[in-house]
Ligand binder design. Structure first.
Ligand code: NI
Length: 138
């Protein structure tokens, strides 16, 4: 095996517990292998053709009580208004919100939008589904 590097990660206890339960269910022998797979998957996704025009959905989960969060999320969406076809907001409970954006545009720009949303402090989760829209597919 190539040279190994050790690094520490700080996460909430509840997230740590859920991650361990998940990787046990998936049959991983240890946490390192599971994290290596997560990193590899993340790098593979990065290799998607940046200039390909794709369509997809971005889901954002956040707590709307978090100070200024809503305004920051809205600012980012306005920065990328030309990619966002529609958005839907769902109240998950007293504080949790789910927002789904339908997007279409260059893969690179959509990824950029996702990263901007992820980087906002207080956003709990950002998920993305991308699909090609070439005539070979549809
Ligand atoms: Ni809401």
């Amino acid at each position: 095996m190539a040279d190994l590097v050790r690094f520490g990660v700080s996460i909430e206890q509840s997230l740590h517990k859920r991650f361990d339960e998940k990787i046990t269910r998936q049959g991983y022998q240890n946490r390192s292998e599971a994290i290596r797979d997560l990193i590899r998957n993340s790098l593979v996704k990065e290799n998607w053709d940046d200039n390909a025009v794709v369509a997809g959905g971005i889901s954002i989960v956040y707590n709307h009580h978090h100070r200024d969060l809503l305004a920051k999320i809205m600012d980012v969406q306005h920065d990328y208004y030309d990619l966002i076809i529609s958005s839907q907001h769902v109240h998950l409970g007293h504080s949790g919100c789910l927002e789904i954006l339908v997007v279409k545009g260059k893969s690179r720009k959509i990824q950029e939008l996702c990263e901007s949303l992820k980087s906002i402090k207080g956003v709990r989760h950002v998920g993305i589904t991308k699909t090609g829209i070439s005539s070979e597919i549809i």
